[in-house]
Write a protein that binds this ligand. Structure first.
Ligand code: SAM
Length: 263
């Protein structure tokens, strides 16, 4: 179900995340909901920043492993360090297909489509809950006989259990040839005190946000081999070279990250 509406009176994940990252592409409803979440989870902005840093480190890692084609689903409003900027800095011929279902992301797609001249960047207005449609359209740009880097960064927690996250992930993984990689992150309330969880639930009235514990998140990728150090907070995955040391705690950055390889 691609985007067909632009309702600014309801908070949207892409615009709320943009607000937490200090961006300007958000509306009063996004800020109000973002503030309600922040009241219950005061480190939410740090979590957004650390998720973004993880995305940069993991995308660079894939490019360094020789991956030259990327499918980035739930890409978000453009922000410094977009996937194509990171991977085309390693190889300007890299191809990237961005996917999102938020109309505001679509309205910014031109800002995402600033490929290096020798590479390719495409944008699909599509929904993760329809993975076959994504794969069919992405095949116009990506060659699914060659390894692909699949990015599911901070998007699976918008897929509820009744929407079959395992089936969605399996459909995407089946399309990837051996040697492909997955980068995924997922918010959790595993470390969050019960009174804060109550407030977070109140700030999530439509139930669209579905945090999971680490075990349930990583189980979605059971068929793959995790790259070291395996399941960690996004703040800790291969972060020794980050400027900010010591790294924030897993409790403060309540978001898991993995990089995994299909053999
Ligand atoms: C928190 S942002 C993450 C952006 C980027 N991946 C990052 O980590 O910096 C989540 C994005 O997923 C998108 N999203 C949520 N549900 C989606 C769905 N069912 N299909 C496609 N995109 C979705 C939102 O519109 C938003 O842009």
């Amino acid at each position: 179900m691609p985007s067909d509406s632009f309702d600014t009176t309801v908070a949207h994940p892409a615009r709320r995340y943009n607000y937490w990252l200090g961006g300007k592409d958000n509306f009063a409803a996004d800020r109000a909901n973002g503030d309600a979440v922040e009241a219950a989870m005061p480190t939410i902005r740090l979590m957004a920043v650390e998720n973004r840093r993880f995305l940069g480190r993991a995308a660079r890692f894939l490019a360094q492993q020789g991956i030259r084609q990327f499918l980035d689903i739930g890409t978000g409003i453009p922000a410094p360090g977009n996937t194509h900027e990171v991977v085309q800095a390693v190889d300007p011929t890299a191809k990237i297909v961005y996917v999102d279902n938020d109309p505001i992301v679509l309205s910014h797609a031109r800002a995402l489509l600033t490929s290096a001249p020798s590479g390719t960047v495409a944008y699909l207005d599509a929904d993760l809950r329809e993975p076959r449609a994504i794969l069919a359209a992405a095949a116009d740009t990506l060659d699914f006989t060659q390894p692909v880097g699949l990015l599911l960064v901070a998007v699976l927690h918008f897929i509820r259990d009744d929407e079959d996250p395992q089936g969605i992930v399996d459909t995407l993984l089946e399309a990837l040839p051996s040697g492909s990689y997955v980068v995924a992150t997922h918010a959790t309330w595993q470390f969050t005190p019960a009174d804060a969880v109550e407030k977070l639930q109140a700030a999530n009235p439509d139930g669209r946000f579905a945090p999971r514990n680490g075990t349930d998140f990583v189980r979605l990728f059971d068929s793959l081999k995790l790259v070291e150090p395996g399941l960690t907070s996004v703040a800790h995955w291969r972060a020794d070279d980050e400027a900010e040391q010591p790294r924030p705690s897993a409790e403060d950055v309540s978001c898991f990250g993995i990089v995994a390889r299909k053999s």
